[in-house]
Design a protein around this ligand. Structure first.
Ligand code: SAJ
Length: 416
């Protein structure tokens, strides 16, 4: 059996490497020639623990190769991005072009799996795109278990946590949404090669919504915590203590407030639900707005800190601790910490110190020449105002006496 994985990013590449480690022949397809070249050298172009060893072995043992154009295979798995456009409408152009590309090499008996996070109905749209390219082939009909199609089509969302992808790909329960039950059963056989947990069968529409719902559930719960942080600020109550106490109730489990929600999943996927059912998804939309407004609250706190010192900004220095979207990773995508630091960077402080232990150069979006990327201790000692934006391990274990006499804005509650 040959499995072709289209899209060799954060999901596609680990999936390719794990399948290859189970002695399945894998052909990875990516339009990015640079990524293809790096992978074929047994190296990786993304940061993910344990992945480099897996890819290295897979290439060395000849179970994985990367190419830029699809080739014939038995199974095609698509793991390409689904961003949103300016109006929060999902952008399915990557899925469309990947689908059209694989359609040219499809053969009777092939299984096509979509893994990309997608709005409800995308799997069926994908079938339409394949049908347009290949009128000679028959495709399954939604919910029709009697019809024998040439091609099986399934939606199986990825649900792994960045930073733990290699472990979670094997250990997480998998949802397998077939266009028909036969399609789902075929996909389950494939996932059972490397998934140790249950592979639960449903239809493709339910599977599509389940992925969006999981991330929206988390977004709504984080929004609740973020709203509490605003309420507590008004009432002069320590939100971290409040949450700790409330969580001692047997049926309460409040998440943690922060400077906003980042990453390319939780800050994006709820919009796919809002976009498809705008009148019904009121709470989901409001949660997005609450989480997206949290950086403004943090910037107001910076202004208050300046006022508390009673000097002009041009006489003060400020340290921004953390730029990544969550702790102990280098991923800056949709990071509220980065956005806040960039806004601070445009204010005329005398010096701005950025501390991000997981990167080695100042990212784009900082224009001023009074901005430095420096170590934690030097930044904290030198700055008048400290804004803690990410709960990186090294910040948690810092000597807290260094903070004395400083204005401290702890958006993650690690020092409270
Ligand atoms: N955050 C908080 N407070 C919390 C928890 C998280 O402010 O109590 C923030 C984080 O700082 C970060 C953001 O939320 O900015 C998202 O981080 P995360 O760790 O909750 O999630 P992601 O985006 O890394 O991964 C999520 C996961 N989804 C769920 O847990 C439901 C993962 O399983 C999905 O596979 C992934 O999205 C995805 O690819 O969709």
């Amino acid at each position: 059996m040959i499995v072709s994985i289209v899209g060799l990013g954060y999901i596609g590449l680990p999936t390719a490497a794990i399948l290859a480690s189970k002695r399945v022949k894998v052909v990875g397809v990516d339009v990015n020639q640079h990524a293809v070249d790096i992978i074929n050298q047994g190296k990786i172009h993304i940061v993910e623990p344990e992945l480099d060893i897996l890819v290295h072995k897979a290439i060395q043992n000849n179970y994985l190769k990367a190419v830029t154009k699809p080739e014939k295979a038995d199974v095609f798995m698509m793991a390409v991005p689904t961003p949103f456009k300016d109006n929060y409408e999902p952008d399915l152009s990557y899925i469309k072009s990947a689908t059209k590309a694989i359609a040219t090499v499809l053969e009777v008996g092939n299984l096509v799996i979509l893994e990309s996070t997608s709005p409800v109905g995308t799997t069926e749209k994908m079938m339409e795109w394949m049908r347009e390219e290949r009128p000679d082939l028959s495709f399954p009909r939604f919910g029709d278990d009697k019809f024998r199609a040439d091609i099986a089509v399934t939606y199986c969302p990825e649900r792994v946590l960045p930073g733990q992808v290699v472990r979670e790909l094997v250990e997480n329960v998998r949802i397998i949404g077939g266009v028909s039950t036969q399609c789902a059963e075929r996909a389950r056989e494939l996932y059972k090669i490397f998934v140790e947990a249950d592979c639960l069968i449903t239809d493709c529409r339910t599977a599509e919504l389940s992925k969006l719902v999981e991330n929206s559930f988390r977004d709504v719960n984080i929004a609740f915590a973020n709203e509490l942080s605003l309420i507590c600020d008004k009432l002069d109550i320590n939100v971290w203590e409040l949450i700790k106490l409330a969580n001692r109730h047997p049926r309460v489990n409040i998440l943690q407030p922060g400077p906003g929600v980042g990453g390319h999943c939780i800050a994006v996927d709820p919009w796919f639900i809002v976009n498809s059912t705008p009148d019904e998804a009121k709470l989901i939309r409001m949660a997005r707005l609450v989480n997206d407004s949290k950086p403004i609250f943090v910037l107001n706190k910076v202004n208050q800190a300046v006022q508390a010192i009673g000097k002009d900004k041009s006489e003060l220095s400020i340290a921004c601790l953390g730029l990544a979207f969550k702790p102990d990773i280098d991923d800056l995508r949709e990071s509220p910490a980065l956005g806040i630091a960039q806004k601070i960077g445009s204010i005329s402080f005398s010096s701005i110190f950025l501390v991000e232990p997981n990167i080695d150069h100042i990212p784009n979006g900082f224009d001023s020449d009074n901005i430095e990327l420096i170590g934690l201790e030097r930044a904290v000692k030198s700055a008048d105002i400290i804004v803690l934006l990410v709960d990186h391990a090294s910040f948690k274990s810092m000597d807290l006496s260094l903070l004395s006499g400083k204005q401290v804005i702890d958006t993650r509650g690690i020092w409270s």
